[in-house]
Design a protein around this ligand. Structure first.
Ligand code: SF4
Length: 405
């Protein structure tokens, strides 16, 4: 069981925009006043979340006691009901962020519960790492947050979660005058070290925004505002029946993209400019929701309560397989000899890196690794669409064509 602030930093992308979600989640979790307490949550733990918890614990112990991640290699640590054995890969992933913290401070504050009450009464968060750096008569506040997930890269620019940690850490450290605030997301498996620098004035202005959001939530002046970021981890979305405002939002986008799909009372919008980008950007959410609905509809049919007009039938046969693989292999070798086997294939570069690249406490094969590096190349990436504030410069192909002419 874990205590979570109702307006927690990690949930800020949701509650600060979709303010109506707070009361709904409250209902799902059994109530209580928003400002008065926290939620005690029995987290849905998974092997992956446990791995993240272990990574945080190793990082915390390294930073607090001057240890190295390699000291933990081979150690089995339990988290959230799972056991995880720290390996070279995790140690290497954690090292970069730890080294960066140490470049700036010898005494970071780690895993500090920071009080957000001045902006969000009775709310709090747990800040991975924070410290003050005094350099050339300037003072800087640093916040560093480990994200061990390999799935979705998290951008440091615009991060609300880290701005809340920064407010809490600044308050915890006695509200010092600081010239800059550096927010760092350390996501070793999805983009590496990411940074965003803001001023104290900008941070405090954000704090005022959060105060205004809090006042609205307390006053019940709330609204549903579905968005990818807001809905992604929202419990309302995954509750039975889902979230009607989000479904409506997704369905309207699907209707815009599909002229034969009519929603009573909804006037299709032309898919140009901003609206087209909105639909394109949310295509994965629309597809995922449709897949969920398909599963629900199938389940209803299998349970003997099919959605009117549908029924479940047996699907196509699955792939063929040998019931006795050893016997089949012997028969095949007898008939085909070596042709019974697929050609041998060299392992992939990620696997090679694990086995060949030398590490701090892993001998590897340094000479081979050096030679292999000379042979590694990567094809150019295909153009892709990203939000306009993405850190990469915009790619405009016609400029190249014009140069060629
Ligand atoms: S699923 Fe999205 S729209 Fe619905 S309550 Fe949650 S954040 Fe708001």
């Amino acid at each position: 069981m874990t205590a979570h602030a109702k307006l927690s930093p990690s949930g800020c992308d949701r509650w600060s925009t979709c303010t109506a979600s707070v009361a709904l989640i409250d209902k799902l979790r059994g109530g209580g006043e928003i400002g008065a307490s926290e939620w005690i949550v029995d987290r849905d733990a998974s092997e992956w979340s446990a791995e993240g918890t272990v990574a945080h614990e190793v990082r915390e112990m390294c930073l607090a006691f001057g240890l190295e991640p390699q000291h933990f290699v081979g150690a089995t640590i339990s988290a959230d009901g799972f056991s995880y054995t720290v390996d070279d890969e995790m140690a290497e992933h954690l090292q970069t962020g730890i080294d960066w913290v140490r470049e700036h401070t010898g005494a970071p504050h780690v895993e500090i519960k920071v009080d957000l009450s001045p902006w969000l009464p009775d709310q709090f968060g747990t800040c991975d790492t924070g410290w003050l750096e005094f350099l050339n008569s300037t003072t800087a506040l640093y916040i560093s947050d480990l994200k061990y997930g390999a799935g979705v890269p998290v951008n440091a620019i615009g991060t609300k979660q880290l701005r809340l940690y920064a407010l809490g850490m600044w308050h915890y450290l006695g509200r010092p005058q600081v010239e800059k605030i550096v927010l760092n997301i350390d996501q070793p498996r999805a983009g590496g070290m990411k940074y965003w620098e803001i001023t104290l004035d900008e941070l405090l202005a954000f704090g005022e925004e959060m105060k205004a959001v809090y006042a609205k939530i307390i006053a019940g002046d709330v609204e549903f505002k579905p968005s990818h970021k807001a809905c992604r981890w929202c419990e309302v979305r995954t509750a039975p029946g889902g979230c009607a405002p989000r479904d409506r939002w997704l369905t309207e986008m699907a209707a815009d993209a599909c002229p034969t799909f009519n929603i009573p009372g909804y006037e299709r919008q032309n898919l140009v400019g901003e609206r087209r980008w909105l639909v394109v950007q949310h295509a994965p959410d629309i597809r995922a929701r449709l897949a969920e609905l398909h599963e629900e509809s199938l389940r209803a049919a299998l349970d003997g309560n099919p959605d009117p007009g549908s029924k479940a039938v047996e699907g196509d046969l699955g792939d063929r397989y040998f019931k006795d693989a050893k016997k089949a292999e012997a028969l095949l070798v007898g008939a085909l000899g070596d042709e019974a086997y697929q050609p041998r294939k060299v392992i992939g570069i990620t696997e090679i890196e694990k086995k060949v690249k030398p590490g701090k406490r892993k001998q590897g094969h340094p000479e081979t690794w050096e030679e292999l590096l000379k042979l590694v190349d990567r094809p150019k990436g295909k153009p892709k669409l990203v939000p306009a504030d993405h850190q990469k410069p915009a790619l405009v192909e016609w400029e190249d064509d014009f140069d060629d002419l």
